[in-house]
Write a protein that binds this ligand. Structure first.
Ligand code: PLP
Length: 550
């Protein structure tokens, strides 16, 4: 049975709100989903009825809280197909913490002869964590390649996973490509090689039925806030015998069974991994989210996700000015599509869409290496959930056209920047930058990588021997706002001292009379930070002053 979207939307009052005078179209679900009243009402019940710490008090409230919190573990174990109940389900803060628990727990087992195998489509949550652990252990990290069609290259997986492999850590579903990875096959390859497999379920637990036993995952991590649950809580499934062996990541109260002045023994599973006061209300609410999703039906959620993704893909692919990423239409994917519109930076497009009440995400989505493989600084991502409709996909596509008033998305960006939301000076510098480009022989340059949007840029400075800045130029493919501000700033610094550049602190905000939408604050203050750091670093390197150069 298809998902009854109208009935579901009734459970999410937030979807009735307006943004910029338009109905909210929330298409940022891969980042965080909205929460139904059935889930957040649990907070009210908890705080009104039985708020207390767990496992610590011999009183009614503590007992009630403990029972609900423990049962929530059983419920989440059931939700992901773990038959071992609470002993196989650790509550964490989020997927990132779950991955850290496993990676650091296995640290002592890893050494210089070992390899950790990831994929090129891993989220930083996995990639950065394993890089750190591998470095500490002296192990190598290898990556299974993503094929041209956005799916994993399984032949390459077979080459990479071998006798040296100690751990395979893979995203079940890519948060950029929407690809659903064959985790069962990867688990078989890992186990044949004598390795563990950790599945990052951040994007799969919310969007499809998960059966950790059928996929034979050793560990499976997920986040509450991406599956109609609250923030601050996630789950880590682990096979019981493996969790028994795994060293805890965090130490303190609650995770111990016995303590002396010299040593301590660990508590039973899963409490051994839940040091200190855990996310009690959040954990109980997460169980309510599992109930909610099971009532909708995870098979239905999966079908709805795929249907919306295919529809969005079809409509986006039919445009000449749009490039989409990930598996081609017709191949099952989760409910998201990442894309770019020719000639329009993702941040600018997101601002234009936000003006129409449409929430999407632009940037590298915490997958910088994947964007390097795709040779892109970033992308715009529309991601759907159970309450989204085809009409909302149409609204997104209509917004790209800009209705009758605009020729294309680029014209909309022009209109947005020249509107009275921004200072005229931003528009002026966007239209006619005076300082864009390189310098023949700069005194020094500063390269910057903007981590939220994946942009790279460079400032070049010519400085005279007495420390006067003679010329500043910039090269950047950033958004229109960031480029305009870089140009404004470059012009301002000409003739100023290097010390003035090193002291920059809010000049741009003052110069624009504070007039820019809050949402673009990073784009506005970013260039100033880069220039300030550049000047400070140069002055530190050359403490004798510029004259000392000659
Ligand atoms: N893994 C994937 C595939 C994700 O998409 C995300 C979040 O977007 C994470 C891990 C990290 O999730 P969290 O920030 O909840 O720890």
């Amino acid at each position: 049975m298809p998902v009854d979207v109208s009935a579901i939307r009734e459970d999410f009052p937030i979807l009735d709100r307006q943004v910029n005078g338009e109905p909210l179209t929330y298409l940022d679900n891969a980042a965080t989903t909205q929460t139904p009243r059935q889930v957040y009402e649990v907070y009210e019940e908890f705080y009104e009825g039985y708020n207390a710490n767990v496992h610590r008090g011999i009183h009614a409230l503590s007992h009630e809280a403990s029972v609900a919190y423990e049962e929530a573990h059983d419920r989440l174990a059931e939700f992901v197909g773990a038959s071992g109940g609470r002993e196989e389900m650790v509550f964490t803060k989020n997927t990132t913490e779950g991955i850290n628990v496993v990676a650091y727990g296995l640290l002592d087992e890893l050494g210089p002869d070992d390899e950790v195998v990831l994929t090129e489509m891993e989220h930083h949550a996995s990639l950065v964590t394993w890089q750190q652990v591998a470095e500490t252990a002296g192990a190598d990290v290898r990556y299974i390649e993503v094929a041209e069609d956005g799916r994993l290259d399984l032949e390459h997986a077979k080459e990479v996973i071998g006798p040296e492999t100690a751990v395979v850590s893979v995203a079940h579903v890519s948060n950029v490509l929407g690809t659903v990875n064959p985790v069962e096959t990867l688990a078989e390859l890992a186990h044949d090689a004598g390795a563990y497999i950790l599945v990052d379920g951040a994007q799969s637990a919310p969007t499809r039925p998960v059966d950790v036993e059928a996929m034979d995952a050793d560990f499976f991590a997920f986040s509450g806030h991406k599956m109609a649950g609250p923030t601050g809580v996630g789950g880590l499934y682990g096979k019981r015998d493996l969790l028994e062996e795994l060293a805890p990541l965090c130490y303190g109260g609650e995770m111990i069974s016995h303590v002396t002045f010299d040593e301590a023994a660990w508590n039973d599973l899963p409490w051994k991994f839940e040091a200190g006061t855990p996310p009690i209300a959040e954990g109980i609410a997460l169980a309510a989210a599992a109930d909610y999703l099971d009532d909708v039906g995870m098979d239905e959620v999966r079908a709805h996700e795929n249907e919306l993704a295919q529809y969005a893909l079809e409509r986006l692919d039919s445009r000449d000015d749009v490039e989409t990423y990930g598996p081609p239409a017709g191949v099952e994917r989760t409910g998201l599509v990442a894309f770019n519109v020719e000639g329009v930076h993702g941040h600018d497009l997101s601002s234009v869409l936000n003006d129409r009440g449409i929430a999407v995400r632009a940037g590298d989505h915490c997958t910088q290496p994947l964007h390097d493989v795709l040779d892109l600084p970033g992308s715009v991502r529309a991601s759907f959930y159970v309450y989204n409709t085809k009409a909302e996909v149409d609204r997104l596509l209509d917004a790209l056209d800009g209705g009758d008033a605009f020729d294309d998305a680029r014209a909309q960006v022009e209109a947005y920047l020249s509107s009275d939301r921004y200072h005229d000076r931003v528009y002026e510098h966007h239209r006619d930058p005076k300082n864009a480009g390189g310098l023949a022989d700069p005194t020094f340059s500063k390269h910057s990588e903007e981590t939220t949007c994946g942009d790279e840029g460079e400032f070049h400075l010519d400085v005279s021997p007495d420390g006067t800045i003679e010329r500043v130029a910039f090269e950047s493919e950033s958004c229109a706002v960031s480029r305009a501000v870089a140009d404004l700033l470059a012009g301002h610094l000409e003739g100023q001292s290097l010390d003035a550049a090193a002291d920059l602190d809010g000049w741009v905000v003052d110069a624009l009379d504070g007039r820019f939408p809050d949402l673009r604050r990073d784009c506005v203050v970013g260039p100033e930070e880069v220039l300030r750091e550049a000047a400070q670093e140069y002055l530190e390197r050359e403490p004798e002053g510029i004259a000392g150069d000659d």
